[in-house]
Design a binder for this molecule. Structure first.
Ligand code: FAD
Length: 299
C-alpha cells in the first residue's frame, strides 16, 4: 500500500525506522529485530540507506522482505548526492522489481572528501532532482525529509522553507521530520508550512534517548534544541545508564502522546534497531493509539 493512501484517511500513522546491520553483523540479525517489531503492528517500517557499498543493496532487500515476508508496508530511503544518474536508474529499477511502493527521497550528507574536491560535480545536487527521477521511474509514493529547526547547511530558515516548498512542488507526497525534543518547535514549524502553502502531511520523527553517547551524536548531526526538561534528565542520570534509558523512554512517550493528541499526521519512531525500547514506548501509547489512530495497519 502506498503511504500517501494511508495518510489520506486522516488518521495518524505510527511507524518505525530501522537501519541495515553494519558490515560486521550478518544481514539476518535485522530480521530478528523485525520479528519483534512486527508484533507492535506499525503501519509501515522505513529502512535507511547507507553511504555506499553493500549497505545500499541491503536497504532494498530488507525493505522488500519487510513487505513480502513480514506483511508490513515498507519504505526504502534513497540518497542521491554520491550517485550517478545511470546508477540511480539501476537502483530504481531494482526497487520497482522488488515490489517496494514507497521511497524516501534524500540528498544525503555530502562526504567530506567530496566537499574537499574542487572538481566534484554531483549529478544530484538536491533531493528535488532525485524526486524528478523517482517520478519518472514509476508510480511510487514519495516522502521527503524536513527539518523543524532548519537544515544544518541552510543559510537561514526562510530559504530553507522556500527550498522545502520547491522540493514538495517537485512531487513529494509527505514529509518525515528530523528528530526533535521540543514539540512546541514542531507546532511552530507546522504553522510556517501553512504560511508558505505546503499542504502535504508531516510525520514527526521521534528518537528516544537511550544513552549519553547518542545525545552527543544527535547534537553534532542535527544541532536540535534540547529543552530544559530534557537537559534536567541528562544531568540527573548522566552516570546512571538504566535510569537514563527509563527517563528517555518516558520522555518519548510524553512527546508522542502530546503529538497524537494534537492531531499530528503520523509519528515515526527511530528504533535504532532496539525492539525492547520500542515495545515499551508502544505499550505506553497503546490506549491513545487505539483512540486516535488507524484501526488496523493495512497493506
Ligand atoms: P535537500 O532537501 O536537498 O536539502 C539539503 C540542503 O540544500 C538544505 O539546506 C536545503 O535548504 C538546500 N536546498 C534544497 N534545495 C535547494 C535549492 N533548489 N537551491 C538551493 N538550496 C537548496 N541520510 C542518509 O545518508 N541516509 C538515510 O537513510 C537518511 N535518512 C533520513 C531520514 C530523515 C527522516 C531525515 C530527516 C534525514 C535523513 N538522512 C539520511 C539525512 C539527510 O540525507 C541529510 O539531512 C542531508 O544533509 C539532507 O538531505 P535532504 O534530502 O533533506 O536534502
Amino acid at each position: 500500500m502506498k503511504i500517501r493512501d494511508m495518510l489520506e484517511k486522516g488518521e495518524p500513522t505510527v511507524s518505525f525506522e530501522i537501519f541495515p546491520p553494519k558490515s560486521s553483523y550478518s544481514l539476518e540479525t535485522v530480521f530478528d529485530t523485525l520479528t519483534e517489531l512486527k508484533g507492535l503492528h506499525p503501519d509501515f517500517i522505513s529502512v535507511t540507506y547507507g553511504a555506499g557499498g553493500t549497505a545500499q543493496s541491503n536497504t532494498v532487500e530488507i525493505a522488500s522482505r519487510i513487505k513480502k515476508d513480514f506483511g508490513i508496508e515498507s519504505i526504502a530511503h534513497l540518497t542521491g548526492c554520491t550517485s550517478t544518474k545511470e546508477g540511480m536508474k539501476r537502483t530504481l529499477a531494482s526497487i520497482k522489481d522488488s515490489g517496494i511502493e514507497n521511497i524516501l527521497a534524500l540528498r544525503g550528507d555530502i562526504p567530506q572528501e567530496k566537499l574537499a574536491d574542487k572538481n566534484w560535480k554531483p549529478e544530484y545536487r538536491y533531493a528535488s532532482e532525485l524526486i524528478d527521477d523517482i517520478k519518472a521511474a514509476g508510480d511510487f509514493s514519495i516522502g521527503a525529509a524536513c527539518y523543524p529547526e532548519g537544515h544544518v547547511d541552510s543559510i537561514n530558515k526562510v530559504d530553507d522553507l522556500k527550498n522545502l516548498k520547491k522540493k514538495m512542488d517537485h512531487g513529494a507526497d509527505f514529509m518525515i521530520t528530523q528528530l526533535f525534543y521540543d514539540n512546541d518547535l514542531f507546532y511552530q514549524f507546522k504553522e510556517k508550512l501553512d504560511l508558505v502553502g505546503i499542504e502535504q502531511p508531516v510525520i514527526a520523527g521521534i528518537l528516544p534517548v537511550l544513552n549519553i553517547k547518542q545525545v552527543k551524536r544527535i547534537q553534532e548531526i542535527s544541532g536540535c534544541n534540547l529543552p530544559p526538561k530534557f537537559l534536567r534528565i541528562l544531568e540527573r542520570y548522566e552516570h546512571d545508564p538504566a535510569s537514563l534509558q527509563e527517563a528517555g523512554i518516558a520522555y518519548a512517550v510524553d512527546q508522542i502522546i502530546d503529538l497524537l493528541s494534537s492531531g499530528v499526521d503520523g509519528v515515526h519512531i527511530y528504533t535504532m534497531n532496539k525492539p525492547d525500547a520500542t515495545r515499551r514506548i508502544m505499550e505506553n501509547i497503546s490506549c491513545v493509539r487505539k483512540a486516535v489512530c488507524r484501526k488496523e495497519p493495512q497493506r
